[in-house]
Design a protein around this ligand. Structure first.
Ligand code: RUQ
Ligand code: CUA
Length: 764
């Protein structure tokens, strides 16, 4: 700590003022005043300038970070470090309605373990889909270590589409890592357990407990994992740890490090030394090397049998077919990172100070020569360390993970015990730079840093502890992501970002221009499975269908009303409310919350979402829209009336609280006519410009046209009532006519502003 303070002081006094010599004297003095007032150094200001994204600006990279135990995914931008979204994966998330609408409940149900709902996840490693070894921005995968599951997120809308649970494992740490064309998603087990779901005593650990590595088959067309075409390598009960897929020359192979190859079973309570003692007593563990390409051919040829309903390549078969090999790894290793050129695999010795660089070429040579130093207790061939190793490099005490720079050979390793990042060259073994980190760093991430062509530029240290960094908020501190500039020869710390969610183990960063998410859905869309919803409805087609005690309500949402506004059911009915958002305009989301039923939906433009519940208690249940969607958002409301069994409706009519006259009606009509003039002017502006070239505006115009159509319908109703001298209803319908006009004008003005700001040209 002392050293770090001195270092900061040193920088403070030595950095020259030269960077501020340009610009006006005025600006300079203002800047200096702010610096004085806030106690900022020039180094601080430079760091701020490197991370600041001016209002309205966008980030160059988008990060997908594990949300740790929250079971979510955290999305943020670089260099600004602004959080953009949490994507719910394994855990309900109310804002997005995830785990509240029937559609997403079905996704979460895919992740049940032995029939139980698991509503958290211990997420560790997100992976972006790849094409030819580069991030393609289409899909994202993330694992749950505690309950071996994988979530599949489609980046066209940033929603979770699928959860698969591993048929063999009881925990899975070494996922998700994808093969270069996302043929497979790798998931390795961690804590060995019997493959059967039965009780097997610990005494049978060596014989019946197993580790393993699953290659989940991914179908790019459907965007789903195909459990039926996936296969698992049975592995010894060593704790398989992290994985990575070969690329370039090593394409077709996968690599996993491991620890506790001692196969030690602790038991403090039984008087035995704990796991940690027995699991780190040997000098070496094993790097597992698997040939997935050849395994895939065996599966296709029908040579692999299914266990627990899934393909299992037994160790016996792997040995026979020459699919799996081991190489010793020193010192309770961690990390397993294939270099961008696919020629080397870097594993760190967690309990010493070396990173071990294995040569793929040497490994293949040993395999070709059948040059093995022996066999493990299960008969797996072991390649001698000196036959596989390219070099070992002293990078600092407790090295963990390695990421890569755009510059050939340059890489960065997180050093847990020494709390630093070491920049070094895996081709020469030279140490290039180090930077201290606050405090223990786990993973680290460079931009597109585990793809075939890393961008480098920035590095984020994902720190395990954040003592002294932020305003205190109690014993549980936020997590800390530290942004480091790696563009120069020396690394420079720019920014600390507190993350108040879980332990975000790993993150991946993709160039922002590779992501092309949609802004709305086709009307009537089930976003959770990406199909048209059978429960969709359209304007004017809202209806209630009763079948015994089942009631289905097919409703719609549009600024600023929910249709239906009154729902009547009988105590004991099973009620499904299906709501379609009729809007198309960007960000015009409606929510739907109801008293006492644990219902909160998020219905984005075009989406259809459903909520099913039993109306088990008679009573009055207000519901409303939860997004401030328009000036009359608070009026976007309704009542569910749960009537007691045998209830007879009263004969009385609803009496309006306010009475209207002919004069009220005429005044409203005058307002409406004036409003129509404004609309006409806006429409004139839009149609005289090339608005068709702007998808955002086209969507706004479509919504506006809808609203104007509704205005015409109720205008007719208003006039009909007036013709009969019913000024009460004439006035109410005239007011609704005006509401539609206001929404039309609002949409039109948004479209006009957009055109003005985005350089639309006059065409007529
Ligand atoms: S690993 S503890 Cu990613 Cu360093 Cu999970
Ligand atoms: Cu819709 Cu508020």
């Amino acid at each position: 700590m002392k050293f770090r303070h001195m270092f900061a002081l040193f920088v403070l006094v030595t950095v020259s003022l030269s960077i501020f010599t340009s610009g006006t004297v005025m600006a300079q003095s203002t800047l200096q005043k702010v610096m004085e007032e806030r106690g900022l150094t020039e180094k601080d200001v430079l760091a701020a300038a490197k991370t600041y994204v001016p209002t309205g600006g966008r980030d160059d990279y988008v990060v997908f970070s594990s949300g740790g135990q929250s079971g979510h995914l955290i999305v943020y931008g670089i260099p600004s470090m602004r959080i953009l979204k949490y994507v719910a994966v394994f855990t309900p998330e109310p804002w997005q309605g995830y785990g509240f609408d029937d559609e997403s409940k079905a996704i979460l149900a895919q992740g049940r373990i032995m029939g139980k709902d698991i509503t958290y996840g211990d997420t560790h490693h997100p992976a972006i889909s790849e094409t030819d070894g580069d991030y393609d921005g289409r899909y994202l995968f993330i694992n749950d270590k505690a309950n071996p599951r994988i979530g599949v997120i489609d980046l066209h809308d940033f929603e979770t589409k699928q959860i698969v649970a591993n048929p063999f494992f009881r925990s899975a740490h070494g996922g998700c890592f994808v093969t270069p064309n996302t043929e497979y998603v790798m998931e390795a087990s961690q804590y060995a357990a019997p493959y059967s779901h039965d009780f097997v005593p610990l005494e049978k650990f060596n014989d019946e407990y197993r580790g393993g590595l699953t290659y989940w088959k991914f179908n790019r067309e459907t965007g789903r994992i195909e459990a039926e075409n996936s296969f698992t390598f049975e592995m010894p009960p060593y704790s398989q740890d992290l994985s990575d897929a070969g690329k370039g020359p090593s394409y077709g192979w996968g690599f996993n490090n491991s620890f506790c190859s001692e196969r030690y079973v602790g038991g403090i309570g039984r008087g035995r030394p704990p796991f940690e003692a027995g699991c780190s007593s040997k000098d070496t563990d094993f790097l597992h090397i698997t040939n997935w390409k050849k395994a895939e051919e065996l599966v296709a040829a029908g040579k692999v049998t299914k266990v627990n309903g899934a393909y299992l390549i037994t160790m016996e078969q792997a040995i026979q077919e020459e699919l799996m090999y081991l190489v010793p790894e020193p010192k309770s290793p961690h990390g397993c990172d294939v270099t961008p050129d696919g020629k080397f695999i870097i594993v760190s010795g967690k309990l010493d100070s070396h990173a071990w660089v294995y040569s793929y070429e040497k490994i293949m040579q040993a395999i070709a020569d059948k040059n093995f130093e022996g066999y493990d207790p299960y008969g797996l061939p072991i390649i001698a360390l000196h036959d596989a190793l390219e070099r070992s490099v002293n990078v600092g005490l407790g090295p963990l993970h390695t990421q890569f720079d755009s510059e050939d050979g340059v890489c960065y390793t997180s050093i847990y015990v020494d709390s630093q990042i070491t920049k070094w060259n895996y081709r020469t073994g030279k140490i290039l730079d180090t930077i201290p980190i606050h405090y223990n760093v786990g993973h680290l991430m460079t931009m597109e840093g585990d793809s075939k062509t890393p961008d480098g530029k920035y590095l984020v240290a994902l720190n395990k502890l954040s003592i002294d960094r932020f305003n205190p908020v109690g014993p549980l501190h936020p997590q800390n992501h530290q942004l480091i500039d790696i563009r120069g020869s020396q690394m420079q710390l720019l920014y600390d970002m507190p993350l108040p969610l879980g332990e975000p183990h790993y993150a991946v960063a993709i160039r922002a221009d590779k992501l092309h998410p949609v802004i709305n859905y086709r009307t009537g869309w089930n976003s959770r499975n990406d199909e048209r919803s059978p429960h969709r409805s359209r304007a004017g087609r809202e209806r209630t269908v009763r079948n015994g005690n089942r009631v289905d309500i097919y409703g719609t949402l549009i600024r600023s009303h929910i249709n239906p506004e009154i729902i009547e059911v009988t105590e004991g009915d099973v009620v499904s409310i299906h709501l379609t958002n009729l809007e198309r305009a960007q960000d015009e989301v409606h929510g739907f919350a109801m008293y006492g039923q644990n219902i909160q939906l998020s219905i984005e433009p075009g989406k259809t979402a459903s909520a099913t519940f039993t109306a088990d208690k008679a009573g009055i249940y207000p519901y409303y829209c939860t997004e401030f969607c328009s000036a009359l958002h608070l009026e976007m409301q309704g009542y569910l009336l749960v009537q007691p069994k045998g209830y007879k409706a009263a004969e009385i009519q609803i009496e309006d609280g306010t009475k209207y006259t002919k004069e009220d009606y005429e005044a409203q009509v005058a307002t409406n006519i004036a409003t129509q003039d404004v609309i006409n002017q806006v429409v004139g502006f839009i149609t005289s410009h090339n608005y068709q070239d702007f998808a955002t505006v086209v969507a706004l115009v479509e919504d506006a046209t809808d609203q104007l159509g509704f205005a015409d319908e109720v205008k007719a109703k208003s006039e009909a009532a007036a013709a009969e001298g019913d000024y009460q209803n004439a006035m109410l319908w005239a007011n609704q006519w005006w509401q539609y006009q206001v929404k039309t004008a609002d949409l039109g003005l948004r479209a006009k502003t957009f055109l003005e700001q985005n350089g639309a040209v006059k065409i007529k």
